[in-house]
Every structure is written in C-alpha cells, then in structure tokens.
Design a protein around this ligand. Structure first.
Ligand code: SAM
Ligand code: DTB
Ligand code: SF4
Length: 358
C-alpha cells in the first residue's frame, strides 16, 4: 500500500517502480490535499531523477490537416471547419533545416507529427523513415507521432533510429467514445503494445480539460501506470480549445488540476519523464514552477506545437535560468526504456504474495 506516513525520514516509504497500482491507491494519491501531494511528488522526483534537469523537445507537423479521424479536440480533423487546411507531407530537407534550428536552440528531442489515422506502407512512410535517419544523424533523439502502427511498421521505425513514439491514450477507456468515435481505445492500446514490443520508447499521455471528471483522470492514470512497462515519457496536455471543433467552448483547465495530474503521474511512474505539454501559453512562470516542483521534467519548446502557438525558445530559456533549471542531455538513461523483455502478452499479476501471518 502506498503510504505518506513515514514522517521521521520525510521520505515516502515506497518509490520502487510498480505496475500493480490498484485503482483505490491511485484515487487516494490523486485526492491528497494539494500541498501535501506536491511535496510527496517532489520527494519521489528527487529520489529518482535529477530535478534540476528539464528535457527540451521540439515539435514539427510534417503532415498537417485533412485527417479522417473525428477527435473532438483536434484542429486537423477534416470533419471540422477550422483554420487548419490540409497540406502535403514536408520534404526531408525542409524537416532537417527545422531540426537543425531546434538543436541550435538547445532542444535535444525532435518530434515529427502527422495528421494520419495510421501509417500506410507507401512512399510517404519511406520519406518519414528518411526523415528519422537524417534527424538522428544530427545527434538528436527522434520521436514520431503518426497514428496507428503495425508491428512491422514499428520495427522499420526502430531500425531507422527512432528513439520514441508518441501515442496518447488521452483519457479513460470509458470516456474515450465521448471524444473519438472513429477508433477504439483498444486500437490505441494495440499500437502502444506494438511500439514497446519493437523496442521503441513509448511516449503516452493525456489531455485534460475536455469535460472529463476526476474519476476519468484517475482511470486514465491507473491504465497508464499499470502498463507492464511504464511509458518513457508522459505528456500532460491541457486542452487548447480550437474554434470549429466540438470542444471549442471548453474553458481553460485550472492550474491546480494540471499540477495534480503531474504530481500523481510522478508518484505513480517515478522514473518516467513527465512533460508539461500543450496549454503553456496560458501559464505564467509561477504556475509552471509549481508543475516542476510536482515532478514535471520536460517541455515542448519552440514557438509552435503542431498547429497552435507555444512560448518562444527565448522565454523558456529565461524561465529556466530564473528557476535554476538546466537542459537534459540527449540519450540520457535511454536504455532502461528499450528493454528487450517487453512483454507483448496480456498482463499477468507478477507480485509475490505476502507471507501468511496465520
Ligand atoms: N494523428 C496522430 C494521433 O492522433 O496519434 C498524431 C498527432 S495528434 C495531434 C497527437 C496528440 O496531440 C493527441 O493525441 C493529443 O493528445 C494532442 N492534441 C491534439 N490536439 C490538441 C489540442 N487541441 N489540445 C491539446 N492537445 C492536443
Ligand atoms: C503531445 O502529447 N502533445 C503534442 C505532441 N504530443 C504531438 C501535440 C499538442 C498539440 C496541441 C494542438 C496543436 O498544436 O495542434
Ligand atoms: Fe487525426 Fe491525430 Fe488529430 Fe485525431 S488527433 S484528428 S488522429 S491528427
């Protein structure tokens, strides 16, 4: 049982990596009074990571708009009338130029996004593989987010040098059909499994502020934290309400909810990178500092996410200087997420039973 009661050493009793969290434990952590939750998450963070380091990742939308899926939050779905128009896949050279600029600005991970439901085995995929090889040759970690992937496609991306694949569960299984109807939660889990089985680090997180309850967030966190291998990174996105989408009227998610989400993720997945993701243009320095205190240790940097604005590189450098934070180097502690023993079977309970007291 997770406990905060070890006040003598001021350390939580358990910071081992666990994937057997019960829903009740997750609920208890999530509902801990906020200042205590931040404190506990901060202790877990400092016991497991260098809390002065922040990973800086830069996004580029290499294929924008025209997507066939109906994700209610997304500016790129062809089903909604938004400002984003459908474009062709970028050329390798153009992508490489943007990656070089990101590296010069201090970014160590470059993430390429495509508004696809999934990858198809065609010339566009071959071009993506070429992009992965060229960006990797710059000495950057390379991430892609291209929608659904087959085991074979995951293998090809791994061979091309992909470091991580972003595929968000976004919310709980129960709430998912309120947000997306053109694919299932199981489709998301299948791709996640294919990514990990190929030996690629998994990046998977959530969006909060889509009208979901606290229970939905707890269910989501429970699903993620009970994966057999935790995601290497966990982006926490606050909804950017996009005009023309079904979620256009959603109000901004309160900062205390973002902090609570970050802190609970940190406690449940002590060694995963927790990334403060979409929604930062609405946050000030003090708000972001609370998130770092609660265990966030990564940012999307650069003035654009995929289709929406993000703080400027220079603003983030200034914030990090003020807070005494430094950029995390590329490929640090990479190997622990590339286990060759990643299971592809359904989960089994591997806990050793407690000895009977009778
Ligand atoms: N098409 C691929 C997919 O859906 O997996 C990759 C791109 S998709 C835009 C990547 C992620 O961006 C989504 O899963 C979601 O978490 C996040 N995202 C998209 N639109 C967002 C928005 N308006 N606000 C916050 N996060 C958003
Ligand atoms: C993630 O979790 N957030 C990023 C990245 N992974 C691909 C995307 C955020 C998108 C925000 C809305 C937009 O810019 O279109
Ligand atoms: Fe398409 Fe991805 Fe946007 Fe959904 S989130 S509409 S799959 S680009």
């Amino acid at each position: 049982m997770f406990s905060f009661e070890n006040h003598s050493t001021n350390k939580p009793k358990m910071t081992a990596i666990r994937n057997d969290w019960t829903r009740e434990e997750v609920q208890k952590i999530y509902h801990t009074p906020l200042m205590d939750l931040i404190h506990q998450a901060s202790l877990v963070h400092r016991q497991n990571n260098d809390a002065t380091e922040i990973q800086m990742c830069t996004l580029l939308s290499v294929k924008t708009g025209g997507c066939s899926e109906d994700c209610n939050y997304c500016s790129q779905s062809a089903r909604y009338s938004t400002e984003v128009k459908s474009e062709k896949l970028l050329e390798v050279q153009e992508t490489l130029e943007t990656a070089k600029k990101a590296k010069e600005a201090g970014s160590t991970r470059f993430c390429m996004g495509a508004a696809w439901s999934g990858v198809k085995d065609n010339a566009d995929f071959d071009r993506i593989l070429e992009m992965v090889r060229s960006v990797r040759s710059l000495g950057l970690e390379v991430c892609c987010t291209l929608g659904m992937l087959s085991p074979e496609q995951a293998k090809r991306l791994c061979e091309a040098g992909l470091s991580a694949y972003n595929h968000n569960l976004d919310t709980s299984e129960e709430f998912y059909p309120n947000i997306v109807t053109t694919r299932t939660y199981q489709d998301r889990l299948d791709t996640i499994n294919n990514v990990q089985a190929a030996g690629i680090s998994l990046c998977s997180g959530s969006i909060i502020g889509m009208g979901e309850s606290h229970d939905v967030r707890i269910d989501f966190l429970h699903t993620l934290a009970t994966l057999q291998l935790h995601p290497e990174s966990v982006p926490i996105n606050s909804l950017v309400a996009i005009e023309g989408t079904p979620l256009e009227q959603q109000t901004r998610v309160p900062i205390e909810d973002v902090v609570r989400m970050v802190a609970t993720a940190r406690i449940l997945m002590p060694k995963s990178i927790v990334r403060l993701s979409a929604g930062r243009t609405e946050m000030g320095l003090a708000e972001q500092a609370l998130c770092f205190m609660a265990g966030a240790n990564s940012l999307f940097t650069g003035d654009k996410l995929l289709t929406t604005p993000n703080p400027e590189f220079s603003d983030d450098h200034q914030m990090m200087n003020t807070l005494g934070l430094t950029p995390r180097q590329a490929f640090k502690e990479d190997s622990q997420w590339k286990s060759e023993t990643v299971p592809v079977q359904p989960k089994v309970d591997t806990r050793i039973p407690e000895p009977s007291m009778a």
